[in-house]
Design a binder for this molecule. Structure first.
Ligand SMILES: [Zn+2]
Length: 296
């Protein structure tokens, strides 16, 4: 009797193992079919669908992962699960543009679920709970944390360059009234293609950037600043960047009425195709160094 019971248990155990193997194999197949493995020679930039907030995932041709901001909540986790290979639980570089909740809140759980190797931020003071939780998580995990306070360049993998354009002054331990204007602005360059990430900068910083060097803003893709707010995207700045593709990361029916009609009007002055995460969901862009293809 005891022997039969043992056999029954063993049989059930083997059946469960087989079932898991089948489900697991099914997942692997669907990811491969999704074309993840065929994109390895290209740069991928995904404007993630996180509602009212920013979150941008970058994967270089040699598989270096970068995450700029994490959106307002844990919806970033599903989005990362969809764009990152299932075996990859490491993020090589995390960048927090500025400490507002719609950029930092989702990053707290990302730090708990992924091994993040290095972080860039401005060091500006902000006492909101999400930001403090993010800083505590970094401290507990002893992740190297670097300040952005001057113009610099970082090689992301062997062929992709990230230019840090702003701030060109230190906000470390500073109290700043308008945190939007402390946002890290970065330009990603892969051969002949380029992406400008402006976080939530407003017109004052746009003007400051224009004074630095206009040529560098000639980018193919513009992440439209501050979710399409009226306080950003002056026509002068948009014309200097002159993107062919513009992305507005914005939540559906958000309480700020973003994007503003004036921003959309200004964008219409450019030869840009406009993409919006509120109506189109995640926007995936693939660059082979010569051209950019949009998949969404
Ligand atoms: Zn924002």
């Amino acid at each position: 009797m005891k022997k039969n019971y043992f056999k029954y248990l063993l049989g059930a155990f083997v059946s469960i193992l087989l079932l898991f193997a089948l489900v697991y194999w099914g997942e692997v197949s669907s990811i491969t079919n999704d074309g993840q493995s065929s994109k390895v020679k290209e740069l991928e930039v995904d404007f993630l669908n996180v509602g009212q907030g920013d979150a941008i995932y970058i994967r270089t041709p040699d598989n270096v992962d970068v995450l700029i901001d994490g959106g307002p909540d844990n919806s970033i986790l599903n989005e990362l699960g969809a764009v990152m290979p299932f075996w990859d639980k490491e993020i090589d570089l995390m960048i927090l543009s500025h400490p507002h909740s719609d950029h930092v809140a989702g990053l707290v759980e990302v730090l708990r679920r992924y091994k993040v190797k290095k972080i860039l931020y401005t060091g500006v003071i902000h006492t909101a709970p999400d930001y403090l939780a993010w800083l505590k998580e970094i401290k507990d995990r002893k992740i190297p944390l670097e300040i952005v306070n001057k113009k610099s360049e970082i090689m992301i993998g062997s062929s992709v360059k990230l230019e840090l354009l702003y701030p060109q002054k230190s906000f470390l331990n500073q109290r700043v009234v308008n945190l939007n204007n402390t946002s890290i602005v970065a330009r990603l360059v892969y051969d002949q293609t380029s992406f400008l990430f402006t976080a939530d900068i407003e017109k004052e910083v746009e003007q400051e950037l224009l004074r630095y060097d206009e040529e560098i803003f000639d980018s193919n893709v513009l992440k439209v600043a501050h979710h399409g707010s009226e306080s950003s995207s002056s026509l002068e700045f948009l014309l200097a960047v002159s993107p062919t593709l513009a992305v507005i990361q914005v939540g559906d029916e958000n309480s700020f009425n973003h994007p503003h009609g004036k921003t959309l009007f200004n964008l219409k002055n450019l030869p840009s195709v406009i993409y919006r995460t509120d109506t189109q969901g995640r926007i995936a862009m693939i660059s082979d160094g010569q051209k950019i293809i949009v998949e969404n």
